[in-house]
Design a binder for this molecule. Structure first.
Ligand SMILES: C[C@](O)(CO)[C@H](O)COP(=O)(O)OP(=O)(O)OC[C@H]1O[C@@H](n2ccc(N)nc2=O)[C@H](O)[C@@H]1O
Ligand SMILES: Nc1ncnc2c1ncn2[C@@H]1O[C@H](COP(=O)(O)OP(=O)(O)OP(=O)(O)O)[C@@H](O)[C@H]1O
Length: 290
């Protein structure tokens, strides 16, 4: 540890923000079946919260359990154990999760939780690993983890791991959950999925701006999941609307917070929905001053 390293602390409460895919193109398929993407990631000021407390006995304990995800398979526990293995650290942690993000929602909840654990435990255990090293560890847990580790809105290529930081417009959004869980593998398996959009440059994607952005998964998700199609149609009549990731969540960009409130009032419980502000810097990095 260098002299500049802050003293390890005992307890940390940290955000795990959601992400949106402001656009998403599928440009090919690798030999291992994974799809090559071009996407713009941006964070939201809405997400899960993690409470981390040091344990001197080396155990990793997550509460409460996430329904349908066995304790040891949770990305939170896997991230913590990977960090222990990588650093040789013998300290453990109690991790309490306040889950707000829907699972299978396209908001990257599990990936963001994992990134918060990597950065949070690095601080709690006083390890001082670089963001490069933590992003590399994160990539082994999921393709969306590195952008949450790096903490800046980004143009992403490959399966989402080749990242270039960008500053995007930061509107208010209304995010709607159409009430069903989308299985990401089912979307990527669909024969009719658009898989060969010609690659574009980052400069061209940014020049085109939000009005030119689309998500190549949308047509397939619409046909496999009619409730998503219904929510997209309803919301698009009121504001420019897109799918994030492979769904199920969709998001409308609105002019300001007042318009977000008006739209939420109109949704009036028809679906679960929330308003959030787009962020180019992750609130996790603000909290940790990284
Ligand atoms: C589409 C995005 O939401 C964009 O941000 C993410 O890349 C999806 O990431 P994710 O939900 O973490 O998905 P993973 O759990 O990594 O992948 C689930 C499955 O989807 C397929 N998959 C996923 C990502 C990708 N680039 N190509 C794929 O073909 C693979 O069959 C994989 O087994
Ligand atoms: N801490 C976690 N929170 C949520 N899901 C988790 C977690 N750990 C493991 N998982 C598993 O990961 C799957 C995907 O969850 P996640 O919330 O990241 O989906 P998503 O929002 O669709 O992500 P993406 O945008 O990356 O597709 C879940 O269905 C669950 O089985």
């Amino acid at each position: 540890m260098s002299d500049a390293q802050p003293a390890p602390c005992r307890r940390l409460t940290l955000p795990a923000p959601a992400k949106l895919n402001r656009m998403l193109h599928i440009t090919g398929r690798r030999a291992d079946g994974y799809h090559e993407l071009q996407t713009l990631f941006q964070f939201l000021d809405h997400g899960d919260t993690l409470h981390l407390t040091r344990r001197e006995d080396g155990e990793i304990r997550l509460t409460p359990e996430v329904p349908g995800v066995p304790h040891d398979q949770n990305l939170i526990v896997r991230a913590a154990r990977r960090l222990q293995a990588e650093s040789g650290c013998r300290v453990g942690a109690d991790i309490r999760l306040e889950k707000r993000l829907p699972m299978g929602g396209g908001l990257g909840g599990g990936s963001s939780d994992a990134a918060t654990v990597l950065l949070g435990l690095d601080a709690l255990w006083g390890l001082g690993l670089s963001l490069d090293r933590l992003a590399e560890l994160g990539l082994a847990l999921g393709a969306d983890v590195p952008v949450f580790v790096r903490g800046h809105a980004a143009w992403a290529e490959g399966i989402g791991e080749r990242l270039t930081p960008v500053d995007l417009d930061t509107p208010w959004f209304v995010v709607v959950h159409p009430g069903i869980e989308v299985a990401t593998p089912a979307v990527f398996r669909a024969p009719e999925l658009t898989r060969h959009t010609p690659p574009i440059t980052m400069a061209r994607a940014l020049q085109g701006g939000a009005s030119s952005w689309r998500n190549d998964c949308e047509a397939t998700v619409r046909s496999l999941y009619p409730p998503v199609a219904a929510a997209l149609d309803w919301l698009a009549r009121r504001a420019p609307t897109m799918l994030t990731g492979t769904g199920a969540c969709i998001f409308a960009s609105v002019a300001d917070e007042k318009q977000a409130d008006r739209l939420l009032a109109e949704i009036d419980g028809r679906w679960q929905a929330f308003k959030a502000h787009g962020l180019n810097r992750s609130p996790l990095h603000d909290a940790l001053d990284r």
